[in-house]
Design a protein around this ligand. Sequence first.
Ligand SMILES: Cc1cc2nc3c(=O)[nH]c(=O)nc-3n(C[C@H](O)[C@H](O)[C@H](O)COP(=O)(O)OP(=O)(O)OC[C@H]3O[C@@H](n4cnc5c(N)ncnc54)[C@H](O)[C@@H]3O)c2cc1C
Length: 332
Amino acid sequence: MKSPAVPNTLRVSCRADDFRTAGSANELGDLLAKADARGDPTTVIGQGSNVVLRARLPGLVVQPRIRGLVFERLDERRWRLVAGAGETWQEAVRASLGRGIGGLENLTLIPGSVGAAPVQNIGAYGRELAQVLESVTVVDRERHRLATLSANECAFRYRDSRFKDDGAQRYVIVYVSLVLGVLCANASYPDIRRELGSMGAAAGHGSVAEAVARVRRRKLPDPRRIGNVGSFFKNPRLTAAQLDALRGLVDVDAYVDGDRFKVPAARLVDRAGWKGARQGAVQVWPRQPLVLVNHGGASGREVLAMAQCVRDDVAAKYGVQLELEPAVKGVD
Ligand SMILES: Cc1cc2nc3c(=O)[nH]c(=O)nc-3n(C[C@H](O)[C@H](O)[C@H](O)COP(=O)(O)OP(=O)(O)OC[C@H]3O[C@@H](n4cnc5c(N)ncnc54)[C@H](O)[C@@H]3O)c2cc1C
C-alpha cells in the first residue's frame, strides 16, 4: 500500500510512514506515548504552511485536529479566546473581529493552524502573537501529561520560541489562550498607512484588517493556487558595526529591534539579482523576493537547493547569512 501524502502548501511530494490525526488532547497524548514507547521518530504537522518536506517522513506523523473557539468576557474591554490547535488561524481572526474584538487584525490571512502559531511567534505588519498570548496548553511528552505554559515560559523572540529549541521534541500544543481587546489598532507600517489612505479609512481594527488583507493579496502568492510557504528567509538582525559595513555595499533600511537592527532580507535578495530568478519549477517570486514558489513538480530538495544558491550569493556579496524561516523535515 502506498504511504499517505503529507499536506503542505509548498506542494512538494512527501510520504509519511504512518499518518494520523488526533481530535482530542487525550487521543494525541496516547498516539505520542505509544510512538515514544516504541522509540519511533515523530513529526507534528499543522497545515504544512511553514515546512519544507523532504521525500519521506519516517515514523509517526500526527496532525492535531482539536477544535473550538471559546470567548470569555474578562471585563469591560478584555476578552479571553481559547482556541483549539486544529482550528485554522484565520478563523480565530475572523471570529474575534466579527465580535468587534480587536487585537488580531494585523495577523489577518496568515495561513496555518492555531497550534502552530506560537511555534514561530507568527507576526506581520507590526504585531506578533506574543503581544496577545496569555498561555498555551501542551502535551508534555517528558511527563506524559497536559501542562500549561505562560507566555513567559514560551520564550518568544522574533519568529522564534521555545517550541523551536528545547521544547521542540517535548511539547505539542493543544490549546492557545489569547487576551484580546486591549491593544489599539496598529497602522504604523507604511504599506498599511498607504492602503488605509487609498481606502479613505481611519485606522480601526476592521479597517486595518481589510488593509492588511488587500496588501497581502497583492504581494503574496495564494498557496491554494501556487505552492509556497510565505517568507523563506528571516530578516537578519545586525549589530551597529555589521549594519555600517552592509551600508557600505548596499543602500538598506534598518529598524531598531532591541539591541540590534533588523534589515529587510527581501532587499538583499532583490539587490543580489534574484528577484524572478528560476531554477526548474522553483522561482523567487517576482513581487516579493522573500518568497520561493513551486510552479509544480519540484521536490523539497530542489527548493532547498535554490534557497542555498540565494543564501550563498547574498553571503558572498553582502557578508550577511540569511536564515531559513520554514522548518526542514524528513529524509530524501
Ligand atoms: C502565503 C504565506 C504567507 C505567510 N505569511 C506569514 C506571516 O505573515 N507571518 C508569519 O509569521 N508566518 C507566515 N507564514 C508562515 C505560516 O503561515 C505560519 O508559520 C503558520 O503558523 C504555520 O502554520 P501550520 O499549521 O501550517 O504549521 P506547519 O507548517 O504544519 O508547522 C510549522 C512548525 O510547527 C510545528 N507544529 C505544528 N503544529 C504544532 C503543534 N500543535 N504543537 C507543536 N508544534 C507544532 C511543526 O512541527 C513545524 O515545525 C506564511 C505562509 C504562507 C504560505
